[in-house]
Design a protein around this ligand. Sequence first.
Ligand SMILES: [Fe+2]
Length: 246
Amino acid sequence: MIHMIDFHSHILHQIDDGSRSIEQSVQMLKLTAESDVDKIIATPHFYATRQDPEAFITKRKERYSELLDAVRDSDGLPEIGLGAEVAYFEGISDCDYLSEFKIQNTNLILLEMPMNEWNERIIREVSSIYEKHQIVPVIAHIDRYMKIMRRKNIVECFDGCPVFIQANASFFADFFSRRTALKMLSDGRIHLLGSDCHNTDSRRPNLGAALEIIRRRLGTTATDRIEEFSSLADSGGSRITEVHFR
Ligand SMILES: [Fe+2]
């Protein structure tokens, strides 16, 4: 049974700036297993402004089956799901191939926001993705934008919108951001976690460290809640859209 899910990883080899080889991908899976993570979603970068969607999808499919083949006889490794980290672009809400980028068997899409301050138009466009496609955008690594946006804005700008928030494990693991991360999690502002792992050294799978901190500081109720929400998201059932969007 699936409990803990890493919703953001660059575990597929030679498709983006993540894993450089299939051996490294397998190593990353082994490190993920040490973190008590049952499933990891492979979310390679996709930039619509400079990549052909069809070529990306074909390559992603190849890399994914190569990785599945490589671990076929291995025990104790996490299940691997497929998705993408789609970079925001103007007109994304009208994109006719958006559903190809959904996290496998869900109605979620991992969305990387612009690295400049988000204006009203951007917020409106992201919010309308659900209305137009019945796809719920998951804002990738919310922690990455804390410096760009004023902190107050970032936690409130999507209030009432059909949007979920993913935070990276490092947000909890880093001493200087930990307090904010735990507060956002307790306030229900963070829904899903990810390691955003790219390799086996500087950006290695690290969800275990974050979960340990959350467990120690907020108790098992907090980690249970994360597990419950992750399973709900992963189940692809309609219940996910019934969740009250804060
Ligand atoms: Fe990423």
